[in-house]
Design a protein. Structure first.
Length: 310
C-alpha cells in the first residue's frame, strides 16, 4: 500500500473547545469524496490510522479526530471537565464535518462511525449533508441489549463499577485500568444511565451550551436520508441485533442495511467489538466499506446475514 503521510489539524467547536485530528489526502483526482471517521467511546483516533490510510490509498480524503477529553483533545485534567455524548455529537462531530466541508468544498461527504461514533455521526447537525454512512458495532449501550451470556458481567463492570469509581475520582481512569482511554464524567453518566431511548441522554442548560430536548434528538436522527450500511458481528457483546437495530430504528428516512458478520464465515476465531479495524481484515472486511462508499454496493453477504429493517 502506498504511503500517505498523516497531516495534523485542529478545529474549534462552536463553544470554543479545540479539537485535534489527522488528515490523509488521498490518491484520487478531481473532486474526491471525503470520509470522516468517528471513534468509539474511550478510543484514541490513532486506532483507526491503518484503516484511514487504506481509504486514502483507495482515493478518498480521510479525517480522524479525538472527541473532547480523549487522546490529543485531552484538556490535561479531566476532573471537573464537562463533556458528554451529546457534546461529542452536536459540537465535536459537527465541527469536524464542517471543517471537512471548508477544507474540501463541493465534495461528497461520507462518514464511518464505530460504536458511539455511529450516534455522533448522525446526531451532528452537519450530518444532513452526508450522502453515505457506514457504522461498525454502532449502538448506545442500553444494558438490556447486551449479549445475554455476558449481560450481568457487563452490567456490573460498565453500569456499577465504572460510574462508582468515576463519582469518587471525577473521571474514569481507563488508562490506569488498561481499559482504553480515560473518560470524562459526563460520558460515564450517559453510558451508565442509558435507557431504551437515546433521548434519555439530554444536554441540560449550562453556561455556553444550549439545552437539547428529546424531540430535537429524534428529529435530527429522522432527518438522515443518506444510505446506511450497519455492520455488526455475532460475537460482539455490545452490538447485538437488538442493540444495532434499536439505533437503526431512528433512521426511518434512510435506506438501511444491516450486515451481521459471522467470524466462522470470515474464517477467523473472533471479530468482537474492536476487531473490524485491525489491519488483518484489510483484504476481507474493509473492501465492504469501500464498495458501499464508492457506489452504494452491499457486499460481503457470504460472510454473514444481511437484513434491511423497515
Amino acid at each position: 500500500m502506498p504511503d500517505f503521510p498523516p497531516n495534523p489539524f485542529q478545529v474549534s467547536a462552536a463553544d470554543g473547545t479545540v479539537l485535534h485530528g489527522t488528515l490523509w489526502v488521498g490518491d484520487g483526482v478531481g473532486a474526491k469524496p471525503v470520509v470522516t471517521i468517528h471513534c468509539a467511546t474511550a478510543v484514541h483516533s490513532r486506532y483507526y490510522t491503518r484503516f484511514a490510510a487504506w481509504l486514502a490509498a483507495a482515493g478518498f480524503d480521510v479525517l480522524t479526530y479525538d472527541y473532547r477529553g480523549i487522546g490529543a483533545s485531552h484538556p490535561g485534567q479531566l476532573r471537573g471537565f464537562i463533556a458528554d455524548w451529546v457534546d461529542w455529537a452536536r459540537l465535536d462531530a459537527d465541527a469536524v464535518m464542517r471543517f471537512a466541508e471548508t477544507r474540501f468544498p463541493g465534495r461528497a461527504y461520507y462518514a464511518v462511525g464505530h460504536s458511539i461514533g455511529g450516534v455522533c455521526a448522525t446526531l451532528a447537525p452537519a450530518s444532513h449533508r452526508l450522502t453515505r454512512i457506514v457504522t461498525v458495532g454502532a449502538q448506545f449501550a442500553y444494558w438490556r441489549d447486551y449479549d445475554a451470556a455476558q449481560r450481568w458481567k457487563m452490567l456490573i463492570r460498565w453500569h456499577l463499577f465504572m460510574p462508582l469509581l468515576t463519582e469518587v475520582l471525577g473521571y474514569f481512569p481507563g488508562k490506569r485500568l488498561g481499559w482504553l482511554e480515560d473518560v470524562p464524567k459526563g460520558v460515564v453518566r450517559n453510558w451508565s444511565r442509558m435507557g431504551p431511548r437515546f433521548e434519555s441522554v439530554l444536554r441540560r442548560g449550562r453556561q455556553g451550551v444550549t439545552p437539547l430536548y428529546a424531540e430535537e434528538i429524534a428529529a435530527q436522527f429522522a432527518g438522515i436520508t443518506a444510505p446506511i450500511l450497519a455492520v455488526s458481528a455475532t460475537d460482539d457483546p455490545f452490538a447485538t441485533v437488538a442493540a444495532t437495530e434499536r439505533l437503526m430504528g431512528y433512521w426511518q428516512r434512510a435506506p438501511r442495511h444491516h450486515l451481521r458478520l459471522d467470524p466462522s464465515l470470515v474464517g477467523v476465531p473472533e471479530i468482537g467489538h474492536f476487531g473490524f479495524f485491525h489491519a488483518r481484515f484489510a483484504e476481507t472486511l474493509w473492501p465492504m466499506v469501500l464498495a458501499f462508499l464508492q457506489d452504494g454496493t452491499v457486499s460481503g453477504t457470504e460472510m454473514g446475514v444481511l437484513s434491511s429493517p423497515l
